[in-house]
Structure formats: structure tokens, C-alpha cells
Design a protein around this ligand. Sequence first.
Ligand SMILES: NC(=O)c1ccc[n+]([C@@H]2O[C@H](COP(=O)([O-])OP(=O)(O)OC[C@H]3O[C@@H](n4cnc5c(N)ncnc54)[C@H](OP(=O)(O)O)[C@@H]3O)[C@@H](O)[C@H]2O)c1
Length: 303
Amino acid sequence: MRAVIFDEYGDPEVLHVADVDEPHPAAGQVRIAVRAAGVNPIDWKVRSGALREVMPMGLPVTDGREASGTVDEVGPGVTAVAPGDEVFGFAVGGAAAEYAVLDDFARKPSASSFEEAAGLPVGVETSVRVFTLLGGPGEGQTILINGAAGGVGAIAVQLAVARGARVIGTASEANHEFLRSLGAEPTTYGPGLEERVRALAPDGVDLAFDTAGHGDVPELIALTDDPARVATIADFGAAALGVKVTGGGDGRAAEALDEAARLVDAGHLQVTIAQAFPFAAAAQAHRASEGGHVRGKLVLVPD
Ligand SMILES: NC(=O)c1ccc[n+]([C@@H]2O[C@H](COP(=O)([O-])OP(=O)(O)OC[C@H]3O[C@@H](n4cnc5c(N)ncnc54)[C@H](OP(=O)(O)O)[C@@H]3O)[C@@H](O)[C@H]2O)c1
């Protein structure tokens, strides 16, 4: 089958489409004919070789970790879905390929395109994992989401709003209208963040979620008055400050996918596609992600 792979670490241009063996599902897994695969910063961090010590992987690597498509094989013990069903979820061994094997998956929301559904798993699972760690937000609480317009942030905003929270989100000015459309009150990130948030919430916020990893954690602690009310997914050094730090190795909030599908169909959650690239342009997609200013999600689609 055709897949987007790299067989050496390096610049985006190491990505190319090649023929590889078809995967088959093990117990509890399904195989899908891929219709779209989400692009995430972890994909280019892995491709660059920066993570080879912490996440050793045998080369070649098939790109991507989230996908949507149509089930065409089910592994032993799978009863929830059958061949022909449309699903989205986490891929084992690569997502940007003709076929991908999913281990955690849910039925695709009927209100979503395949592109939109492919952009759900990482953002939804990460946000729910962080909200579980923080014990909120709940009805009436205020949460600050730092880096609110990206793949994770835009989903975290909507999930927090759906839980009845007031959301203050940071983004560049060009994304403020976008944040308002998701239900957040926007402000800009960078120096003076604490003062700008206090102008909106004079007593500070109940919780803060840093998706950005650009060194704002001390201001988030000042705004919540308690490091245990702050979580980051991108500033691993901030653990020394007493905040909650979570990475993919902490286990997966897989139940989040079904809940997300319900929220999409109820009109409370949507994925904004910044751009869709054909598999052959995977290098361009990685470059766009590496630029660090994606609004919503980038996706790859089979050529
Ligand atoms: N630990 C985990 O489990 C986990 C899971 C998922 C992702 N992550 C990590 O979390 C990070 C975010 O992922 P993502 O998929 O949301 O990335 P993304 O889609 O590339 O989002 C980038 C966003 O960051 C914003 N941004 C850029 N510079 C910023 C700054 N200085 N302060 C605040 N926001 C800034 C941008 O907003 P503007 O365009 O408005 O500037 C953009 O919307 C990545 O490092 C990723 O690897 C970790």
C-alpha cells in the first residue's frame, strides 16, 4: 500500500510516499481505509530525530497518529463496529497511509467530514486528560487556555465551554475573532499576560491550561494562586514549579472519543481545518505545523 514514510531523520523533505506492507488489526483493533490523517507537532518532532532517545522507533516510520476512514477489517473481539462503518481514532504504526490500524476509535460523527473527524483524536484526548488531572473546569469556573487557537487549544476551548465554564483564551490578534466564535474571550499571549487576564478576570482564574510551552507558566500560577491548578502539555521543565505536566505516556483518555462524537453531532464541538494537503505534499504540511501558528488543524488526504 501507499504510505507517507521517512527512512532517515531530518528535514521535512525526508518524507515521501512509498509502497509498504499492509497492516492488519490485532485483538481489539480495526483497520480502516484512510480518508484523512491529522497532522500534529509530535509528527515533526519525531521526524526531526529530536525525540529518538525518548521515543525510539524502528525506521522506516509511517507518518501520523490520528485518522478517519471506513472500517475494512476488524480484529478478534471487536463487536462495536463492522466493515463499512465510518470511524476516527488513534493509529498504531502510522496514520498517513492507504490503510491504518486503530486501537482506540469511535464512530465518526455524522456532522463531520472525514477531514474534520481526523482532527479530533489528539485534541480531544489531550484536553480530557488535562481536565481530568485538573479536576475541572466545571459549571461556573473560569479557565485560561494559553495557546487557544491551535489543534489542542481550539478543542479545549469548546470542551470547557460545553462543561459550562467561562473560557479566556490566548492567541495572536488575527485569531481573536476565531476564539470568540468558539466561545472564548480572547487576549494576546506574551509579556504582560497576567495584567491582560486580570483586566478580564480581576480575581484571577480557577484553572489554567498551557498548550504553548513558551514559558508562561509562572504567570499562570500567579493567576490561579496555586500551581496545582495549572497544567501544561508542552513545558516539561515546569514540573519543578509544582504544576501538572502530562505527556502521552500517562495513559490515554480513550473514552473521550465517543463523548466528542456526541458533542459534534449536538453542535457543541467542531474542528476547523486550516489546510488539507495531499499525501505527496506531507513535507509542506510538516513545515506549516512547524511554523507554530496553525488555526485549528492541518490534515493529510490520500492523493
Ligand atoms: N503532552 C501531550 O500529551 C501533548 C499532546 C498534544 C500536543 N502536545 C504539544 O502541545 C503543543 C501544542 O500542540 P497543538 O497541536 O495545539 O499545536 P498547534 O496546532 O501547532 O498550535 C499552535 C498554536 O500555538 C499558538 N502560539 C504560538 N506561539 C504562542 C505563544 N508564544 N504563546 C501562546 N500560544 C502561542 C498559535 O496561536 P497564533 O497562531 O494565534 O499565534 C497556534 O494557534 C505542541 O508542542 C505539541 O507537541 C502535547
